[in-house]
Design a protein around this ligand. Structure first.
Ligand SMILES: CSC[C@H]1O[C@H](OP(=O)(O)O)[C@H](O)[C@@H]1O
Length: 345
């Protein structure tokens, strides 16, 4: 059965991805027919956002198994796993999804394997939407009435299987009448906040004000922000969190101003095998993303650039982590271990 969300449309034998590089001015879809094309779309950020990357990788594997037909097997799919795993390094959801489907494949082969992987990929997609709705509800307890929320990057339906993570809490708060306004940081250099979050929230009629990233400190100093809510790409076993570049500076600002700093992520973003944030691989992206804006030069063409796509926020700066299974207050190794133990029971 086909399955669709804002950025991902599954048609049983083909996948369409909303090209997020073209938003907000153009709404164009790219047809994906195999794992190599899925990996390219992830690498080029046609589709982005940790959960959406995992879902896309799942469908990429399913399409590859369909393409292999009677020759489909785990061994024959090895190049597909490899090209998808190499697409982007930081979001653990990609590797979580690949592992989920590798486990699901078992010793199936041929058409039975293709059918099972398609069903499992759809399940990843459907489960992520359900998780985000539960996460959104779980986060409400952390918001005051008439909350004024600052958020970074894009963590909405464009970045997930639907509803969103940090934007999932924001959507749930709006539905519950607890939200007064949202400040969206533009999120240099890829501008997920300016191009994606403002577009998503305006589509839903949620009051959003776009600000330059450099405006966050003044907003907090002026008492305009009640809570900062961000997403995550990988949360280590001690609570250290990798997220879009600029997240760490927001956490430092929030701590200085006594403002709660909330991380919202599904369990598929938790990496129990990663002891702390020092081991998280930070993706380095092309220099042109910094030297250009909308394809137009904003720096000398040969100016050296450092363009890490993520940074790591120490758990000590995080007030709470919200997942679909509840709130982890003051995350530290003990609190995270207790959460993992509860999840395993
Ligand atoms: C729920 S999306 C999580 C995460 O992914 C984004 O990164 P990117 O746009 O580079 O894929 C951003 O870090 C979001 O917070």
């Amino acid at each position: 059965m086909a399955l669709a969300s804002l950025a991902i449309r599954w048609h049983d034998t083909a996948l369409d991805l909303l090209d997020q590089r073209a938003l907000p001015t153009d709404t164009t879809w790219l047809r994906i027919t195999d794992a190599r094309e899925a990996a390219h779309a992830i690498r080029e950020m046609v589709v982005r956002g940790a959960p959406a990357i995992g879902i896309t990788a799942g469908y990429g594997l399913a399409l590859e198994a369909q393409r292999l037909g009677d020759q489909a097997s785990l061994a024959a799919l090895a190049p597909a796993f490899e090209v998808l795993a190499a697409s982007r390094p930081t979001a653990v959801n990609l590797f979580w999804a690949l592992d989920r489907l590798r486990q699901a494949a078992g010793d199936l082969s041929g058409g039975a394997l293709a059918q099972h992987l398609s069903e499992q990929a759809e399940r990843l997609h459907r489960d992520d939407l359900a998780a985000n709705r539960r996460l959104g509800e779980a986060g409400l307890s952390l918001l005051p009435q008439e909350a004024r929320v600052y958020t970074h990057c894009n963590t909405g339906a464009l970045a997930t299987g639907g509803h969103g993570t940090a934007l999932g809490i924001i959507r749930s708060a709006w539905e519950a009448g607890r939200l007064r306004s949202v400040y969206a940081g533009e999120t240099r250099p890829w501008q997920q906040g300016a191009r994606l979050t403002s577009w998503e929230l305006m589509q839903d009629g949620i009051p959003v004000t776009l600000v330059a990233d450099s405006c966050a400190a003044m907003l907090m100093a002026q008492g305009e922000v009640d809570v900062v809510i961000v997403g995550a790409d990988r949360i280590a076993a001690n609570g250290d969190t990798a997220n879009k570049i600029g997240t760490y500076s927001l956490a430092v600002l929030a701590r200085h101003h006594g403002i709660p700093f909330i991380v919202a992520a599904p369990d598929s973003t938790l990496d129990a095998a990663m002891q702390d944030g020092s081991g998280i691989v930070i993706e380095q992206r092309p220099a042109e993303e910094v030297r250009q804006v909308a394809g137009q030069p904003c720096a000398p063409a040969d100016c050296p650039v450092y363009n890490p796509a993520f940074d790591v926020t120490p758990a000590a700066l995080i007030s709470a982590i919200v997942t679909e299974n509840g709130v982890i207050p003051s995350p530290d190794p003990t609190a995270m271990a207790a959460y993992f133990a509860r999840s395993a029971s």
